[in-house]
Design a protein around this ligand. Structure first.
Ligand code: MAN
Length: 524
C-alpha cells in the first residue's frame, strides 16, 4: 500500500514537471513515466528503434512502431491509454478508445476532445468498491477463522489416521498369521472329515449303483416279457401288424391302430428284433402301457403349470381324453432328457419340494466327532478371515484418504465423507467432495455419475476436477469442475452445463477463505 502511494506521489510530481514542458503527456503509465522525461528535447521509442523530437509525443501522429509516442491519442493502432482514475482503480485501455465518444475511464480522461459528456465518478465508484472490499475482507476474516478450525480438524484427523494406520499394519500381520494357522487347522480337520465321509459316500454310491442296476434289469425284463407277449407269431420279431392289434396304440382314438401309429412305436421301423425292441421301441411303448394299466395319472389341465399354450395347441379336437394325456406324458418324457429346459427344472424342483427329504445317513460316533471338529475349524477360520478382510478394508480406506490432497493446511479434509445437493428445474446434483459428482432427474430415474474425484486444477486450490464420469451419448465421458469461493458455510451455489456433458459447480466453503489472498491483494 505504502509503495503504491509513493509511486502515485512521484507520478503527480512528474506530471507537474512535464506540464511545464509541452506537450501534455496524457495516458502514460506511471510505471513508465521516467521513459517520458525529455532528454535533450528528444524521445526514444520504447523498442529503441527510433529517436524523435520531444514535441512529437502525443501529436496525434504515430511515429513509433510500438505506439509508445502516442499514449494519449488514438493515432497508433497498438497504443495503450492509462486512466489514472484517482479514487478508484487505474485501468489501461487500447488507445483506439480515446475520444471515440464512449466514456471508458471513470475520471473521463479518455474523452478530452469529443462530444461525450463524461463525468468523473471515480470517487463514488471507489467508495462503493471499498465497501464491497471491506465486506469481502470481513467475510474472508470470519471465514478464515472457520477455515483454521477446519484445518486443525484436518490435521488432527491425518495424525489419527497415521497412528491408526500403523496400528492396523501390525494388526494385519497378526490377523494374517492367525488366519493362516486357522486355515491349517481347518485343512487338517477337513482331511480327516473327508476321509471319514468318503466311506459313507462310497457306500452310498455303491447302493445307488446297485439300485440302478436292479431298476435297469427290471426294466429290461419287463421289456422282454412284453416283447414275448406282443410277438404273437413268436418269430422273434416285433412287427407292425402285431402292434396294430393292440388298441392302446390308437393315438388318435379313431378306433383303428393305423400303420403309421404302429410304426411310431417301432421307432419308425417296419419290424424290430428283441434287442431293437428293448432299446428303441420300449421307451416309446412303456408310458402307454403304464397309462393303460392306470399307473400314470395324467396331470389336470387347470392350474397345472407345465401345460403351457404350446401344449394346449397340441391338443386336437378329441379334447382331454387319455390319448392326449399320453402324448403330454410322452412329451414330458422328452423334456426329462433336455438339459436346459427351464420348465422342466421348475417342475422338478416343485416335485422335490413335495417329496420328503432323503434321510440323512446316520454317521458313527467318530465320524460325527470329526464333522463337528471340522465345522468348528471352519467357523474359526471364517472369523479370522473376516477380521483380516475388515482390517484390510480399513487400511486401504485410510491409505486412500492419506493420499488425497486436502489443501495446504488440510483445511478441506473435513469435507471428505460429506455430500451436498443442489436442485435445478430438471435435476438434483450431488457432490461428495473428494469422491464423486452425480446427477439425478428430479422425477426419479437412475443417478448419472458426472465424475470421480481426480485432482485439483491449478495450484491455488480454487478448482476441483471430477473426471471419468458416465459416457456421454456419442461423446467423451462426463466430467465436472467445482469452483470454490469463500463462504461462511459449505454449500453448492449453482450448477450449469456450459458444454454438453461438462458440468460446472460453484460452491462456497470456509475452507476457501484463505487470507493469504487478501494480503496479496492489499500489497498491490
Ligand atoms: C442426460 C444428462 C444431461 C446431458 C445428456 C447428454 O440427459 O446427463 O446433462 O446433457 O444426458 O446426452
Amino acid at each position: 500500500m505504502i509503495a503504491n502511494i509513493a509511486v502515485f506521489i512521484f507520478f503527480l510530481g512528474f506530471l507537474s514537471e512535464i506540464k511545464s514542458d509541452k506537450p501534455i503527456l496524457r495516458g502514460i503509465n506511471p510505471q513508465k513515466a521516467q521513459l517520458y522525461i525529455s532528454k535533450n528535447d528528444k524521445f526514444t521509442c520504447f523498442d529503441g528503434k527510433k529517436v524523435i523530437k520531444y514535441s512529437q509525443l502525443n501529436d496525434d501522429f504515430c511515429d513509433c512502431a510500438d505506439g509508445s509516442d502516442e499514449p494519449g491519442t488514438s493515432a497508433c493502432v497498438n497504443g495503450r491509454f492509462y486512466c489514472i482514475n484517482a479514487g478508484f482503480k487505474p485501468i489501461i485501455i487500447p488507445s483506439s478508445r480515446v475520444n471515440d465518444g464512449v466514456c471508458d475511464c471513470c475520471d473521463a480522461s479518455d474523452e478530452y476532445f469529443s462530444n461525450a459528456k463524461c463525468i468523473n465518478n471515480c470517487i463514488e465508484l471507489g467508495s462503493a468498491d471499498r465497501i464491497r472490499e471491506k465486506q469481502q475482507a470481513e467475510l474472508l476474516k470470519s471465514g478464515n477463522q472457520v477455515r483454521l478450525e477446519m484445518a486443525q480438524k484436518g490435521k488432527k484427523k491425518k495424525e489419527e489416521q497415521k497412528i491408526r494406520m500403523s496400528e492396523l499394519e501390525k494388526a494385519r500381520e497378526q490377523a494374517e498369521q492367525l488366519k493362516e494357522e486357522k486355515y491349517k487347522i481347518k485343512d487338517d480337520a477337513e482331511i480327516l472329515e473327508n476321509a471319514a465321509l468318503d466311506v459313507y459316500k462310497q457306500a452310498d454310491e455303491e447302493e445307488k449303483k446297485q439300485k440302478m442296476e436292479l431298476e435297469s434289469e427290471a426294466n429290461r425284463n419287463e421289456a422282454e416279457e412284453t416283447f414275448r407277449k406282443f410277438d404273437s407269431n413268436a418269430n422273434g420279431k416285433m412287427e407292425i401288424i402285431e402292434l396294430q392289434t393292440r388298441i392302446m396304440f390308437d393315438k388318435d382314438r379313431n378306433g383303428v391302430v393305423e400303420v403309421e401309429e404302429a410304426r411310431y412305436f417301432l421307432d419308425e421301423n417296419d419290424e424290430l428284433d428283441l434287442e431293437g425292441f428293448v432299446t428303441l421301441a420300449w421307451p416309446r411303448i412303456k408310458p402307454f402301457l403304464m397309462l393303460d394299466s392306470g399307473l400314470f395319472k395324467a396331470p389336470k389341465k387347470e392350474g397345472d403349470e407345465h401345460i403351457d399354450d404350446e401344449d394346449d395347441e397340441s391338443i386336437d379336437a378329441a379334447g382331454d381324453e387319455p390319448i392326449e394325456e399320453a402324448e403330454l406324458l410322452n412329451e414330458d418324457e422328452e423334456h426329462h432328457h433336455g438339459d436346459d429346459d427351464a420348465d422342466y427344472d421348475e417342475e422338478a424342483e416343485g416335485q422335490q419340494e413335495d417329496q420328503p427329504e432323503p434321510p440323512q445317513p446316520q454317521y458313527d460316533e467318530e465320524t460325527q466327532r470329526l464333522i463337528h471338529l471340522a465345522n468348528e475349524a471352519r467357523n474359526q477360520y471364517d472369523v479370522t478371515d473376516r477380521e483380516f478382510r475388515e482390517i484390510d478394508r480399513e487400511l486401504s480406506d485410510i491409505r486412500n484418504a492419506l493420499e488425497k490432497d486436502f489443501g495446504p493446511e488440510e483445511e478441506f479434509a473435513p469435507l471428505n465423507g460429506e455430500c451436498f445437493s443442489f436442485e435445478d428445474r430438471e435435476y438434483v446434483y450431488k457432490l461428495c467432495p473428494f469422491d464423486k459428482a452425480v446427477q439425478q432427474p428430479r422425477n426419479g430415474g437412475a443417478e448419472t455419475r458426472l465424475g470421480t474425484w481426480d485432482s485439483w486444477k491449478g495450484s491455488d486450490y480454487r478448482q476441483m476436477l471430477y473426471a471419468n464420469g458416465a459416457g456421454c451419448w456419442n461423446g467423451p465421458s462426463r466430467s465436472a469442475i467445482v469452483e470454490l469461493e469463500c463462504g461462511l458455510d459449505t454449500r453448492i451455489l449453482s450448477v450449469s452445463e456450459p458444454n454438453r456433458c461438462e458440468y460446472f459447480y460453484k460452491m462456497q466453503t470456509p475452507a476457501a477463505c484463505s487470507t493469504t489472498r487478501l494480503e496479496i491483494h492489499d500489497e498491490l
